[in-house]
Structure formats: C-alpha cells, structure tokens
Design a protein around this ligand. Structure first.
Ligand code: AMP
Length: 207
C-alpha cells in the first residue's frame, strides 16, 4: 500500500507518518528529512535546498522529482511507502503518478493559529531526530537519547507564515487532485496524538 500524508506545515504529518509506518510496516519517506540530511552532510543538493528552505520557499520541482526517483529505487520502498512532504505541487503529483499508484491520502486539517503556536514550540533532537514540544517537554535535551534539542531554522513565526502561504497556494490544490481520484480522507489534526494515530491506522487498515 502507498499512502500520502497531506497537510500544512506543523499539521503533524511527520509524527503521524512515523507512527503509521511502524504499525503498518511501510517505509516512511519524508522529503524534509532527506533535505535536512543533505544540508547536514554539506552536499551540493543540501546547499541548494538550504537557500530555499531558510526562506520558507519550495525547492524546485525538478530537483525534488530527481531526488525522489532515486529514493523510490531503494529496496525498502518496494513494499509500500508513507509519503510525508511529497508531492507538494501538482507537477510533483503528476511525476509521482508515473512512478507509483497511491492507495490513500490522509489530509490533516489544522487551523493556521494552531500551526504557528505548534511550530514555534517545536524542538528537534540534533542526534536522533525525535521531535519534541516546549509545551510538554521543557528540558533542553532529548528524553530518548540525551542529545541536545535544537530549533529548526525555518521554525520561526515569519517563516512559518510564509510556508503556510506557500502551502495554500501550491500544495492545497492537491486535495482536489486526489479527491478526484477518490482516495482522500480528512482527519482532525488537533486530536490527542495516540487517538489520532489509532484513527489513521484504522482508516489505512480499511483500505
Ligand atoms: P518539511 O520538513 O516537510 O516541513 O519540509 C521543510 C522544507 O523542505 C519545506 O518548507 C521546503 O522548503 C522543503 N521541501 C520539503 N519537501 C519538499 C517538496 N516536496 N517540494 C519542495 N520543497 C520541499
């Protein structure tokens, strides 16, 4: 089964995709995580991506599509994937249609006020990548590996508002694109985490 998680920045796509990938045994593919790993390794792709990510813009379609073609060729992607952050434009969706067939699209619905509030409180472990919130975890270190928690450079209020604007303009049209394919289910992205994960896994199991 191939599943797409859609939703604005900070809607919980990563958190939900991570949980669902473990429970449904599907590969979790996050374009944001791939790009941040490239930045950390100092690659040419990483430095190109950083110039877009830091201002809240999308990395150009051709760069992302080439990167994802390579990712889909890896063995773990053959048994089904959970896509988080790709596609983000209609051009990317059309390219994806030529590579795999999606069976389900979970559309996480969250208001912009909640998003800004969530994203400015988000902290990520610099060692294991676990995501925390200052609302529920006030310590400066990760409770899973003791690594230092850092704020993503694009998790400040101005950049989040720009990312939300870009989402509305370029990514939200995908809701209609996949509704026409009959595969979209809306999910309230403000439910308690485990309740939301149970709901999503139930939807995926019924597919
Ligand atoms: P995310 O971690 O999904 O919030 O992605 C962080 C940033 O990476 C986005 O704001 C974009 O700048 C870039 N990015 C991630 N996925 C894509 C994509 N599919 N197309 C273009 N840019 C992307």
């Amino acid at each position: 089964m191939n599943v797409l998680f859609l939703g604005p920045p900070g809607s919980g796509k990563g958190t939900m995709a991570e949980r669902a990938s473990v429970r449904c045994n599907l590969a979790h593919i996050s374009t944001g995580d791939i790009l941040r790993a490239e930045i950390k390794q100092g690659t040419e792709l990483g430095s190109l991506a950083k110039s877009y990510i830091d201002k809240g813009a999308l990395v150009p379609d051709d760069v992302i599509i080439d990167m994802m073609k390579e990712r889909f060729n890896q063995d773990d992607a053959k048994g089904g994937v959970l896509l988080d952050g790709f596609p983000r434009t209609v051009a990317q969706a059309e390219a994806l249609d030529k590579i795999i067939k999606l069976d389900a699209c979970i559309n996480l619905v969250v208001d912009v006020d909640v998003i800004v509030d969530r994203v400015v409180a988000r902290r990520v472990c610099g060692v294991c990548g676990a995501v925390h919130s200052t609302k529920t975890h006030s310590a400066p270190t990760c409770n899973q590996c003791s690594g230092d928690l850092v704020t993503r450079p694009d998790d400040n209020k101005d950049t989040v508002l720009e990312r939300f604007r870009v989402y509305e303009e370029q990514t939200a049209p995908l809701i209609e694109y996949y509704t026409k394919q009959g595969i979209v289910t809306d999910v309230d992205g403000t439910l308690p985490i485990e309740e939301e994960a149970d709901l999503i896994c139930g939807i995926l199991k019924s597919k």
